[in-house]
Design a protein around this ligand. Structure first.
Ligand code: B12
Length: 290
């Protein structure tokens, strides 16, 4: 996505003249310029600005914050193409998993600080999701205890919530999206990551979390009339459960509301028909809610 300066200012809470001043003095970030002079910021630019803003909020001067953001970028910045960056992230991920399996939170926090300049979606894709998948495999093989799984899950959840808080409340007139898991589904980390992704696109996200009964979701939709409802399923479910759930939600939804159900637990639907305005999307990167 590309954003105009006005949107970036709304998303980050940084006034426009400050954005111009930081760019002029420190070259951070340096957005693309259109022929008419308008600036176009990328998701990465917005990520950098959010990190600068947060470093300043912690008491650093702007020049210290710029130094920190540049320094933090070094271990993961590609030297000659993507390979070096990927290797940097892979080693952070391995060390992070080791620290967490040892219940060593301070060490884990220090490793996360090295990700300060990695865009949120990059950290999710390269660090947190692969780490969770490896954890799941270890748990399944009997190589990770339930205590380790709970501790690590809580840590990752904290990081995702922190991202969500930093991204902010979305554009004032951005699409209104409710995020919720399928009834009975307790896995909520992919949903949190989805909420970060949607907020970065300017959506105004209402995060409803895990395991809301379909009837309650229907009531919520009737009351608040969101533009979209995004539902995450990680544990496998039957097609009939998807249809029953969709009907229960759509029954109360206004015509404008669209329901997207996605995640690793989606079944092969075959010829099963879904109610109108309900769609299945496996990967949230393919989700366009603009
Ligand atoms: C953390 C975890 C837990 C935690 C969850 C805590 C929490 N607050 O979320 C706890 C301990 C509660 C838990 C419980 C269970 N878990 Co668990 N858990 C995991 C683990 C390690 C990570 C889950 C996760 O967050 N995945 C998110 C990311 C990493 O995965 P992803 O699916 O690839 O995400 C993508 C898509 O799914 C998609 N997506 C997801 N949502 C949406 C939504 C939309 C709209 C769209 C478009 C896309 C989309 O986008 C993502 C990016 O592409 C996984 C391992 C794994 N491989 O996922 C096991 C795993 C999911 N768990 C598993 C199991 C078996 C269970 C239990 C049944 C164990 C038990 N006997 O009690 C219970 C079930 C609880 C329940 N009713 O939901 C199995 C599931 C096997 C299966 N396919 O059925 C897994 C795969 C572990 C394994 N390897 O065996 N678990």
């Amino acid at each position: 996505m590309r954003y105009r300066m006005k949107t970036v200012s709304e998303l980050t809470g940084i006034p426009r003249n400050t954005l111009v001043a930081w760019e002029r003095r420190y070259g951070v970030p340096e957005p693309e310029r259109l022929a008419n002079g308008y600036r176009l910021y990328t998701d990465d630019d917005v990520g950098v600005l959010i990190r600068l803003r947060d470093a300043i909020a912690k008491g650093l001067s702007i020049s210290e914050a710029v130094e920190l953001v540049k320094e933090q970028a070094e271990p993961t910045r590609p030297a000659n193409g993507a390979g070096a960056g990927d290797a940097g992230l892979a080693s952070v991920r391995r060390e992070l998993l080791d620290a967490l399996l040892d219940f060593d939170r301070p060490r884990a926090e220090r490793l996360v600080e090295r990700l300060l300049n990695v865009p949120f979606l990059g950290a999710i894709d390269e660090i947190y999701f692969p780490l969770l998948r490896e954890l799941g495999d270890r748990w399944e093989a009997g190589e990770a205890s339930v205590a380790q799984e709970h501790f690590i899950t809580a840590f990752v959840r904290d990081q995702l919530v922190a991202m969500l808080l930093r991204v902010g409340a979305g554009r004032p007139l951005g699409p209104r999206v409710a995020c919720v898991t399928f009834p009975g589904e307790k896995h909520e980390l992919a949903l949190l990551a989805l909420a970060v992704h949607l907020s970065l696109q300017g959506c105004r996200v209402t995060y409803l979390g895990a395991d809301l009964p379909a009837k309650e979701l229907g009531r919520f939709v009737e009351q608040t009339k969101p533009d979209w409802v995004c539902v995450s399923i990680i544990l496998s479910v039957e097609p009939s459960a998807i249809v029953e759930f969709s009907r229960a939600v759509v029954k109360f939804a206004p015509r404008e509301t669209r329901v997207v159900i996605g995640g690793a637990g989606l079944p092969e639907m075959g010829k099963t028909k879904l109610p109108p305005r309900v769609e299945l999307v496996a990967d949230w990167r393919h989700l366009d809610v603009s």
